[in-house]
Write a protein that binds this ligand. Sequence first.
Ligand SMILES: Cc1cc2nc3c(=O)[nH]c(=O)nc-3n(C[C@H](O)[C@H](O)[C@H](O)COP(=O)(O)O)c2cc1C
Length: 159
Amino acid sequence: MFKRRQFMKKAIIVYESVYGNTKKIAEAICEGINKAEGVKCVVKKTGEIHTDDLCDYDAILFGCPNHNQGPALNLLRFIDRAAIVHLKAKIGAAFDTYTGGNKDVAVAKLETTILERLPGISLEGRLSAKVTSRKGPLAADEESKAIEFGKEFGQKILL
Ligand SMILES: Cc1cc2nc3c(=O)[nH]c(=O)nc-3n(C[C@H](O)[C@H](O)[C@H](O)COP(=O)(O)O)c2cc1C
């Protein structure tokens, strides 16, 4: 048992959310990742974890709502602070939630920030989930797509 735990891969999803929709996507991705045998994933809001703690993880995912055509500021600030941490994570992914026609708009900018600030992480996936109005709810199927995304990402952590 001890040996098995030693070789468990660890993943973390750090997210920001005002109305709870991005939190639901983060939890769905986590559910998918945890289906990979040998991977343990946790979900934390930006205020619930210190950037120093990121060095424990093999994979890091970041997600937030689209706010004014870009990633939510709290997450950008978190990534900025994480830039001084010595990360062991080799892979990561980014996701956003959006309304209307803004699919991929914030997540593309989030990826640019991650690559600039955390250059040791290679991004291995992107998800953009639609909410039906500013407060939600999520559009149909977005949570199940997020679970599938998590399942695929979980396999990449094991490679
Ligand atoms: C201040 C603010 C600005 C927003 N600007 C945009 C925007 O430019 N484009 C967009 O698609 N959605 C925009 N939205 C909608 C958010 O993307 C939506 O509220 C979010 O996806 C819901 O996620 P949450 O429940 O995790 O907060 C905005 C929301 C807020 C509160």
